[in-house]
Design a protein around this ligand. Structure first.
Ligand SMILES: [Zn+2]
Ligand SMILES: [Zn+2]
Ligand SMILES: [Zn+2]
Length: 423
């Protein structure tokens, strides 16, 4: 269908998770050692289609030569095809965006992670070949290369890819958490070539929009999944004509009405690095941020929280979102919902099809019929944003907690079913 004069009538929403790791290749070679063994290329694609309802998935260990062999096998066997608009289509159901997460280091110190996305296998091969001379073991995930962040951006752009600073605020390996208070300090005049940044699980767009320099950037909420169930615990809704690499780039750059129209993510309190954590006292801070010392032992042996870091470097006390910023919806992944274990999760997926359907479409009554009132209540509380949360820090996830008061809420007696699908 041709575009209307406005160019937007044929656009529709697509779900995108841009940061999923690979644990092993199909030959059982390790890629991301800390990731689950069943996180293979084919299993990720299947999980997106069958259980998650994701339309585009960024697999970010594709620069590994061992993973490239898997991709070549799948292209050769006909399970996957390269799309004319860029990206790979798996079983005509999900678009794989080829990506590579790499660690860079600055001359004056500071390390950070970045994801480079590529349009085609040809581009990816060139990238992988160039990096193989700069990395000790290029089969493994997220390896340190001998480049600065700026040099990696230049390399990515020169090959036709796009570059996204990953989990920008986390304390150990990120631009703001470990390198500089302003991203532009790292990239200079090339800063404007970066179309998007990744928020990471411990931040959201409300926090990122306290920084003036991020106003022009698309903000992405991705899962950084290290196991199949964690795919799509954060994702983005993109307005596209079709699920391809070229359309994704247009959306990130807000061209021809394409856009990131919404983020769905965990409440940043649930992330592993939201608040400052004292290594000496083994304790997550609850006192008002920003804190760079422990309020109990007064020591500085802490892992600074994302919230604490943002408040330390912020331009604005309250978020100042630009006009193009879409809403950020909190969702508690089913894994975080109290009492939802593997058996319950399977029961929910068997009945409702995908996690998206459970989180956004299933009625409260239908949930009760499948998992009983108590768990159904927890799910409804989670998706209405009223579950009580304890902040995470120092590498420990935050927690959802239920209390006596919650059990007295009359969620099912009358009134409309809570729905979060506001698109
Ligand atoms: Zn990373
Ligand atoms: Zn990662
Ligand atoms: Zn302490």
């Amino acid at each position: 269908m041709p575009d209307s004069p406005l160019g937007s009538t044929n656009l529709r929403p697509f779900y995108f998770d841009g940061h999923v790791h690979i644990g092993r290749t199909s030959r059982n070679e390790p890629v991301k050692i800390t990731a689950s063994r069943d996180l293979t290329f084919a299993n990720i694609a299947r999980e997106c289609v069958n259980r998650k309802g994701i339309d585009l998935v960024g697999i970010i260990d594709c620069g590994s030569p061992a993973v490239i062999r898997d991709i070549q096998d799948m292209l050769g066997g006909g399970d996957m095809v390269e799309l004319p608009g860029g990206g790979l289509r798996y079983l005509d159901s999900v678009t794989v965006i080829l990506g590579s997460e790499i660690e860079t280091g600055e001359v004056g110190g500071g390390t950070s992670h970045h994801v480079s996305y590529f349009r085609s296998l040809g581009q990816l091969l060139q990238f992988s070949n160039t990096l193989s001379g700069l990395i000790t073991n290029s089969d493994l995930s997220s390896q340190r290369c001998g480049l600065t962040a700026r040099q990696l951006l230049d390399l990515t752009d020169s090959l036709g890819g796009i570059f996204m600073p990953a989990h920008c605020f986390t304390p150990h390996k990120s631009v703001y958490g470990n390198c500089v208070p302003r991203m532009a300090y790292l990239f200079g005049d090339a800063f404007e070539r970066i179309p998007a940044i990744e928020l990471g699980l411990s931040a959201d767009s409300f926090l990122a929009d306290r920084l003036d320099e991020l106003k022009s950037k698309a903000l992405l909420s991705n899962s950084d999944a290290h196991s199949l169930p964690k795919i799509a615990r954060e994702y983005n809704v993109l307005l596209l004509a079709e699920p391809t690499f070229d359309e994704l780039v247009r959306a990130l750059r807000r061209e021809e009405n394409r856009a990131v129209v919404a983020n769905y993510g965990m409440d940043p309190k649930l992330g592993k690095y939201h608040r400052t954590y004292c290594l000496h006292c083994d304790r997550v801070e609850e006192n008002p941020p920003p804190l760079s010392r422990c309020t109990v032992c007064k020591g500085a042996n802490v892992i600074k929280g994302v919230l604490d870091r943002i408040m330390e470097i912020q331009d604005f006390d309250v978020p100042e979102p630009p006009a193009h910023r879409g809403p950020y919806h909190y969702q508690v992944p089913l894994q975080f919902v109290p009492k939802v274990g593997a058996v319950t999760l399977n029961r929910l997926l068997n009945r409702f099809g995908t996690e998206m359907a459970v989180l956004h479409q299933a009625s409260a009554d239908d949930l009760v019929a499948v998992v009983g009132r108590e768990i159904a209540r927890n799910i409804v509380l989670a998706r209405s944003g009223t579950l009580r949360l304890q902040a995470g820090g120092g590498g420990k996830y935050g927690r959802a907690v239920t209390s006596e008061k919650d059990t007295q809420l009359k969620l099912f007696a009358d009134g409309p079913v809570v729905r979060r699908d506001e698109l």
